[in-house]
Design a protein around this ligand. Structure first.
Ligand SMILES: NC(=O)c1ccc[n+]([C@@H]2O[C@H](COP(=O)([O-])OP(=O)(O)OC[C@H]3O[C@@H](n4cnc5c(N)ncnc54)[C@H](O)[C@@H]3O)[C@@H](O)[C@H]2O)c1
Length: 378
């Protein structure tokens, strides 16, 4: 087991962590580390599982209720002796012997988390309590994927970890952002009171293959609209900014945080900043120059600016994004059922900034339902 972490807040001295289960040293264990990934069938979770499975010393257990995730994202690991998938809702207790917990379970897209806000806050609060209870019982280290949404509609720009945020506690997004804030509080309370080893990542917008095309996240949203010949809907005023981090960089940051000695919270994201209008114009130019860009009413409490300060991640984890969003794309399409479903992959030309080398990255791959009239466009 790794050593106790240093706290990222107030330099509080903590009690030593509980001992790991004696079962872990038993001879019949083939892998050195059993790792639980909650929400592992989702977008970021499934990429994390891929990376963890590449290490032969890891055994990976995924729990997921498939609310927004899919078994399809993990099918490459079915039947693997070091992999296990459990259908489970984290709002229910879980008894299992593990050494590390990556706690990702929570819908990340506004469409889904607003669909059932009570369930979203239960997932954030009860789900995190259950995972902390498990970490306490077996002496596991636990990492929470928190979010830049804890900064709300920020009054300081860019945002570093010392900023406490500007969050509406009673808005339609509160189930998510206040839920994550409570989850962070619970993590630190278990750390101070019970000596649990915690890690908190504050994730900024992330993109890559396996994003759900219709879940309302802006990158996949614009691409789907452009290919369907529908107007690109930019929420007013369009000058609001976001920063986009490629998923492989994000996974690298999460693993470094888990393996390092700092509790966080640590911002993980790409400081490159785009306005939503810029993003829409580039998608239009590249995929469908004839499509219109229209402004639609914004959703309440939508942050105007979002850009991480990542100096702490650089200093403490030696981490920074290597992949920068560029605007060249290659599209490959396979038709599954003629006229109904197409399999699409969008490739973005990206540059690995640390090595100055060019590389291609799929930004979306998955199924896209299309209507007959859209087929002409393809
Ligand atoms: N993708 C981003 O840009 C982003 C930004 C900030 C934070 N995050 C955080 O990262 C984590 C993963 O995000 P993602 O983009 O992969 O989202 P996702 O929706 O693709 O994945 C979430 C996974 O959690 C599962 N899940 C949801 N509720 C559950 C429950 N009650 N019990 C068990 N499983 C449950 C879903 O089925 C899904 O597989 C989330 O915690 C999210 O808040 C993501």
């Amino acid at each position: 087991m790794a050593t106790q972490g240093t706290t990222g807040a107030n330099n509080v001295t903590t009690r030593p962590p509980p001992n790991p289960s004696p079962l872990r040293t038993a001879k019949f264990f083939q892998a050195n580390m059993r790792i639980l990934v909650t929400g592992g069938a989702g977008f970021i979770g499934s990429h994390l599982v891929d990376r963890l499975m590449q290490n032969e010393k890891n055994e990976v257990v995924v729990v997921d209720n498939y609310f927004t995730g899919s078994k399809d994202n993990l099918k490459q690991w079915f039947g693997h002796p070091r992999f296990e998938l459990i259908r489970h809702d984290v709002t229910e207790p879980l008894l299992i012997e593990v050494d590390q917990i990556y706690h990702l379970a929570c819908p990340a897209s506004p469409i889904f988390y607003k669909h059932n806000p009570v369930k979203t806050i239960k997932t954030n609060v009860i789900g995190t309590l259950n995972m902390l209870g498990l970490a306490k019982r077996v002496g596991a280290r636990i990492l929470l994927t928190s979010t830049s949404e804890v900064y709300g509609d920020p009054l300081v720009h860019p945002q570093d970890e010392s900023y406490w945020g500007n969050v509406n506690p009673i808005g339609v997004r509160s189930c998510y952002d206040e839920g994550k804030r409570v989850a962070e509080t619970l993590m630190f309370d278990y750390h101070r009171q019970h000596g649990i080893e915690i890690r908190i990542a504050r994730i900024f917008n992330t993109y890559g293959p396996r994003m759900n095309i219709d879940d309302g996240r802006v990158v996949s949203n614009f691409i789907a609209q452009a290919i369907r010949n529908e107007p690109l809907t930019v929420q007013a005023p369009g000058t609001q900014t976001r920063s986009f981090c490629y998923v492989s960089d994000m996974v690298d940051g999460l693993i470094r945080l888990m393996e390092g000695n700092n509790t966080g919270p640590i911002n993980l994201g790409n400081p490159g900043e785009f306005t939503m209008l810029e993003l829409a114009e580039n998608v239009k130019e590249l995929i469908n120059p004839e499509v219109k860009i229209i402004h639609v009413e914004n959703t309440p409490d939508d942050p105007r600016q979002r850009k991480p300060v990542i100096s702490k991640a650089k200093e403490v984890l030696g981490w920074e994004p290597t992949i920068t969003l560029h605007y060249t794309y290659v599209l490959s399409i396979g038709i599954n059922k003629p006229g109904l479903i197409i399999r699409v992959r969008f490739m973005l030309w990206s540059v690995a900034s640390s090595t100055n080398s060019f590389s291609f990255h799929w930004i979306y791959s998955g199924q896209l339902p299309v209507r007959q009239e859209h087929m002409q466009r393809l």
